[in-house]
Structures are given as structure tokens and as C-alpha cells.
Design a protein around this ligand. Structure first.
Ligand SMILES: Cc1cc2nc3c(=O)[nH]c(=O)nc-3n(C[C@H](O)[C@H](O)[C@H](O)COP(=O)(O)OP(=O)(O)OC[C@H]3O[C@@H](n4cnc5c(N)ncnc54)[C@H](O)[C@@H]3O)c2cc1C
Length: 452
């Protein structure tokens, strides 16, 4: 059975206003879908933390993640053009290429993505990266990889583009709970969602009325007392991502009744949230996108997403001193157009959500700079910061419908979220608005939430 399409006037809720939330909101708004972004704290978003490398090849990833990364990389120029056109701001895209240095040619030739790069010997390495440290004897140049100035430009441009396209924001609003009604058929026994914390057949009344939000934006003043037929989602993403069956948001969430297994997914009815002033309210909704980054499992503990902390710093170098990104082991150097050198990053899975810089982490970066580009050790320091990557067991994202009918996932992008934002946002927006293509199905199938 296909889910009833929500009326066009009811907004899709975006749960989390970081990079993925903004990117999905923008793509939905471009398709004429009403969108409301619920954002707890924009400043904690990894979208403001990342180095902005667009590096499917330099990162040495493989399999379906490499295919997703390559497809997203190809989509980035057009995606950026859309954001820049809507915002009238530059995103700071630099297709400058990335060099990966190695201590031996053997190491270089064994790199998983070596076939996509140009092999460099020491002389060629010195030409690409003037001043590179003496220990590096070989390299791979990936001219197709690049960078985008996410921290200073892309995030701001995306926010402005969303606003220009009519996206509404509730900044300082924390989503506390997803409220559901029971579904209609069966899922695997270990996914009996009726017993999970977010499930509930009763409507939880908050302390405030949803009418506190603009009524034209939030739709009805309360959830429908009727339980809508649940569309299957994660149980059959191939069907979800197949040719469009309707053009309204949420209308393409169900598999072909003839081919799909039955599923008992609870139906999303509302979210409970706490606004910036401390008041709680329940906001009805039929369609939402979970884009909570590293915090996603706090809302849905079934999701295998954990934080991996990363520390960063920046230096002010001479303009043009470093023509390409250098992706070394444990440290990378990302030169912005104005000479700012963004240096990353530690990878601290054991840190959990512990905030702040550590001497050990900062030392790692400083040692990395000295090894990769000794002259940069003398450049003036600018900023130091940290953030949390949303990591999954195979380091690939969780994309598409899942766990709850009406809920879409756009999370778990770990260390490639900037690279993947272009395509992930399109896949989710196309799926929700009923425009998915058979090509989308392959990606969504590869990155189902329950693939592990
Ligand atoms: C140090 C570092 C370096 C990186 N470098 C790169 C790179 O070079 N290239 C690359 O491609 N990627 C990189 N990344 C990865 C990239 O930044 C992330 O994959 C991407 O930002 C994830 O986007 P997101 O929207 O899922 O999460 P975020 O951008 O973190 O946004 C999540 C948002 O959700 C909000 N939120 C969470 N829970 C709730 C709730 N209950 N209610 C309301 N709001 C909520 C949070 O406040 C936050 O603002 C890096 C990440 C880090 C940390």
C-alpha cells in the first residue's frame, strides 16, 4: 500500500540544521516543498568544522562509498551553482587537486585508488608541492579532487539559499522525541519497533501548542487522530527509489504492493521539541528527515552512529604558497584562496562527545605540518577548533527511508559529508518529492540504515 501523500502545505520537518539538514532543505525547497528546519545549535554542526576536502580518491575509499563519492563529486559544480544562484554568495569551490605523499613508490602503488591518480616521483612531487618535507619520496596527484570553503562560505551560502527559497527555521529547537502510531504489517523480529523508546500509539501532549509556530507553516494544530496506513521504508528501499508514483511530498514512500514484503513500521505522527525559551511542544508531521549528525542515535538509538572527534587549526600563509591540498597520513593541509591554511585532523573515536582541544591532538597537527611542509610551521596561527563526525560501522552514510514510515535518514556521513552532501541531499529530496530514478535506488540500497 502506498502512503497517503501529505498535502503540499504541510511542511517536511528537517531534524538538525547542520550541513545535511541545510542541503536537504534547500533541495526540497527548490522542488516546491514547504520545509521547516528544527536546529538545536548551528554552531556545533560538523559542517562548520570540516576542512572541506572533496576527496573520494585521495581518501583511498572503495566500493559503494567510492561510487557515491565519485557521483557526488561530479554533481558538485552544478550543486554549488544552484546554491550560489539562490544565495548570491560564493561557496568557495576550488577544484585544485589533491596530492597524497608517500615515503616509497611501493606504498604509492599499493594505494587503493592509485589507478585514478597520476604517479609522482620525488622531483614531480616537489613541482606540485614546493617545499614538501624531505621524507616524502613519491606521491599520487588526484586532479579531479578539490575543496570547498565550508566553514566560511558554503554553510552561510546554504543558509541564505534556504531562506531565499522559503525554508523556515526554528533555531535553538531541540527535537526530544519522535512520536509514532503503530504500523500495519511485520518487520524482522529484532526490529519490533513497538517496544522501542520512540514508538508510541498515544499522542504525547506537550506543554505548549503547536500554534506557537506559524500556523501556515506547521499545518494542522494537532495530529490526526486517525492512524494513517504505514508506508514501508527501509524494508524495501529499491521500491522507494524507483520511478515516481506521485508528485507530492511523501507520496513515494511505499513499495509496489505486489513485490514488497509486508512491514510493520510505525507511522510518524509528530515530534516533541524544546524551543530556545525552554518550552516544550508537540509538532505534528507526516514527513521528516533525520539530519542530526553525530547526535542522530540520541533520537533513534537503533541507528549505529557514533561521534568521532576531530581537532583542527589554521595558519595564515602567503597567497598561492601551496597550490594543492596535501593529504598526508594523520594530517592534511588545505590551502584556501586567500592563503589561509586549514590543517586537520585528529580522529578520536574514544573521545565521545568530550568537547575542547587537547595538547596531544594539537601536537599531532603541529608535527604533521612540520613533516609535510616545514616552512608552514612558522606561519602565524589563526584559529583552533574541534567537532564530531557522524561515524557508522562501515563509515558510509545512512540514507533513505528507515525505521519509521515517513522518516527519512540523511546521516552518518562520517569524514566525507561535505563531499557527499550534493548527492545525498538530492537522493533524499528526490525520494521525498516522488522524483526518484532507478539510479537512485542503487545508492539508497547500498546505504540502507540496516545493512550492517
Ligand atoms: C574535523 C572534521 C573534519 C572534516 N573534514 C571533512 C572534509 O574535509 N571533507 C568532507 O567531505 N567531510 C569532512 N568532515 C565531515 C563532515 O563535516 C560531516 O560528515 C558533515 O558535516 C555531517 O553533516 P550533518 O548535517 O550530518 O551533521 P552536522 O553538520 O554535525 O549537523 C548536525 C546538526 O544537527 C543538530 N542536532 C542534533 N541533534 C538534534 C536534535 N535532537 N534536535 C535538533 N537539532 C539537532 C546539531 O545541533 C547539528 O547542528 C569533517 C568532519 C570533522 C569533524
Amino acid at each position: 500500500m502506498t502512503a497517503a501523500a501529505p498535502p503540499l502545505s504541510e511542511p517536511v520537518l528537517i531534524l538538525g540544521g547542520g550541513l545535511m539538514g541545510l542541503a536537504v532543505a534547500h533541495q526540497l525547497a527548490r522542488r516546491g516543498v514547504a520545509v521547516l528546519v528544527l536546529s538545536r545549535r548551528r554552531s556545533e554542526a560538523a559542517g562548520f568544522v570540516a576542512a572541506g576536502m572533496l576527496a573520494p580518491h585521495a581518501e583511498g575509499i572503495g566500493g559503494a562509498l567510492l561510487a557515491l563519492g565519485q557521483a557526488s563529486l561530479a554533481r558538485i559544480p552544478a550543486w554549488v551553482a544552484e546554491i550560489e544562484a539562490d544565495s548570491d554568495l560564493s561557496c568557495g569551490l576550488r577544484p585544485c587537486g589533491i596530492v597524497v605523499p608517500f615515503t616509497t613508490a611501493t606504498e604509492r602503488d599499493a594505494y587503493p585508488t592509485a589507478a585514478w591518480g597520476t604517479a609522482l616521483d620525488r622531483a614531480a612531487l616537489e613541482r606540485e608541492i614546493p617545499g614538501i618535507g624531505p621524507r616524502w619520496r613519491a606521491g599520487l596527484l588526484f586532479e579531479q579532487d578539490g575543496q570547498i570553503d565550508n566553514r566560511r562560505r558554503l554553510m552561510r551560502a546554504l543558509e541564505r539559499a534556504c531562506v531565499q527559497r522559503g525554508v523556515r527555521f526554528e533555531e535553538g529547537s531541540e527535537v526530544l522525541e519522535l512520536i509514532t502510531a503503530p504500523g500495519v504489517a511485520a518487520v524482522a523480529p529484532d526490529q519490533d519497533l513497538a517496544h522501542q523508546p520512540f514508538a508510541g500509539s498515544a499522542y504525547t501532549q506537550g506543554k505548549d501548542s503547536p500554534s506557537g509556530l506559524a500556523p501556515e507553516s506547521v499545518g494542522a494544530a494537532g495530529p490526526s487522530p486517525t492512524v494513517r496506513p504505514a508506508a514501508t521504508g527501509a524494508a524495501a528501499p529499491m521500491a522507494v527509489a524507483g520511478p515516481a508514483t506521485g508528485s507530492s511530498p511523501g507520496s513515494n514512500q511505499g513499495p509496489d504492493p505486489g513485490t514488497a514484503p509486508p512491514a510493520r513500521l510505525p507511522q510518524l505522527e509528530a515530534v516533541r521539541l524544546r524551543r530556545a525559551d525552554g518550552r516544550e511542544l508537540v509538532l505534528p508531521c507526516q514527513t521528516a528527515v533525520l539530519a542530526g549528525g553525530a547526535w542522530s542515535a540520541q533520537l533513534l538509538p537503533q541507528l549505529p552512529v557514533v561521534p568521532v572527534k576531530g581537532q583542527m587549526l589554521s595558519l595564515q600563509g602567503p597567497i598561492g604558497a601551496l597550490p594543492r591540498v596535501v593529504f598526508g597520513p594523520g594530517t592534511y593541509l588545505v590551502p584556501r584562496e586567500d592563503g589561509l591554511l586549514v590543517v586537520g585532523a585528529t580522529s578520536e573515536a574514544e573521545a565521545g562527545f568530550a568537547e575542547g582541544l587537547t595538547p596531544c591532538g594539537q601536537r599531532q597537527l603541529e608535527q604533521g605540518i612540520a613533516a609535510l611542509l616545514p616552512a608552514a610551521s612558522g606561519w602565524p596561527p589563526m584559529e583552533r577548533w574541534w567537532g564530531f563526525r557522524p561515524c557508522t560501522p562501515d563509515e558510509g552514510p545512512l540514507l533513505g527511508p528507515g525505521l519509521i514510515s515517513g522518516l527519512w535518514l540523511a546521516t552518518g556521513h562520517h569524514r566525507n559529508g561535505v563531499l557527499l552532501a550534493a548527492l545525498s541531499a538530492e537522493l533524499v529530496a528526490r525520494g521525498i518529492s516522488g522524483e526518484a530514478s532507478p539510479g537512485d535506488a542503487e545508492h539508497l540500497e547500498a546505504f540502507r540504515w540496516d545493512r550492517f
